[in-house]
Ligand binder design. Structure first.
Ligand code: ADP
Ligand code: ZN
Length: 217
């Protein structure tokens, strides 16, 4: 199975598309954001260390996230990885290249999800998810049928991310433009980059990603 990176600003829909690929193609989602949030919930020392940084919308150190990815790649053979939210810096991109080489794997595609900033702010500041099943909702564009109750699983535990505030989002966007967006050029120069329109309907975006995946080896 191919190994791919989903690249794009916060709110581009990387997580949503990654989850679809997991369901439809049995690929393996490696989201450093999810891993860090899990560490935070588990109360581990690392989790405590990163909590405030994440809440402000700043990037966690390369050392920590590279360590997380190294752990996951070490155990899992076979590939089919979707890197979601990683790499986010050039140092992380170099480290990933090295890790893949060390484990005998290849990066098949880097898919850039393009969206405009105004859309991101609107998407993210209204976002909430079901604590029971992970379904994603939005105050304006996709509210639950019954306020506060999940359409899919009936849970009434709705959660909002601590960094989905307008202020933290501004910081996340700035971090993206300063540190992550250079990766677009980096992977383009390596001949690995494909871009899809992240503002299209979810199914259309999924179709564009499928086209990239099916055109590869
Ligand atoms: P989003 O893409 O919506 O901003 P993520 O869940 O990918 O959300 O990341 C949330 C936060 O976790 C980031 O703002 C950052 O603090 C931290 N984080 C996640 N992945 C990385 C990474 N690869 N490098 C540094 N920090 C990261
Ligand atoms: Zn639910």
């Amino acid at each position: 199975m191919p190994n791919i990176i989903l690249l794009g600003p916060p709110g581009a829909g990387k997580g949503t598309q990654a989850k679809r690929l997991v369901d439809e193609r049995q690929m393996v989602q490696l989201s450093t954001g999810d891993m860090l949030r899990e560490a935070k919930t588990s109360g581990s020392e690392m989790g405590r260390k990163v909590a405030a940084v994440m809440e402000r919308g700043e990037l966690v150190t390369d050392e920590i996230v590279i360590g997380l990815i190294r752990e996951k790649l070490g155990g899992a053979a076979g590939g089919g990885f979707i890197f979601d939210g990683f790499p986010r810096t050039l140092a992380q991109a170099d480290a990933l290249g090295q890790l893949m080489a060390d484990t005998g794997q290849k990066l098949n595609a880097v898919i850039e999800m393009r969206v405009d900033d105004a859309a991101l702010v609107a998407r993210i500041t209204g976002r909430y998810t079901c604590g029971g099943c992970g379904a994603v909702y939005h105050d304006q564009t996709k509210p639950t049928a019954v306020a506060g109750v999940c359409d899919s699983c009936g849970s009434d535990k709705m959660v909002r991310r601590a960094d989905d505030t307008e202020e933290a989002l501004r910081t996340r966007l700035m971090e993206y433009y300063k540190k992550t967006s250079p990766l677009i050029g980096y992977y383009y120069a390596k001949g690995a980059l494909s871009s899809v329109d992240g503002l299209a309907e979810m199914d259309v975006v999924a179709g564009s990603i499928a086209t990239v995946l099916n055109s590869g080896d």
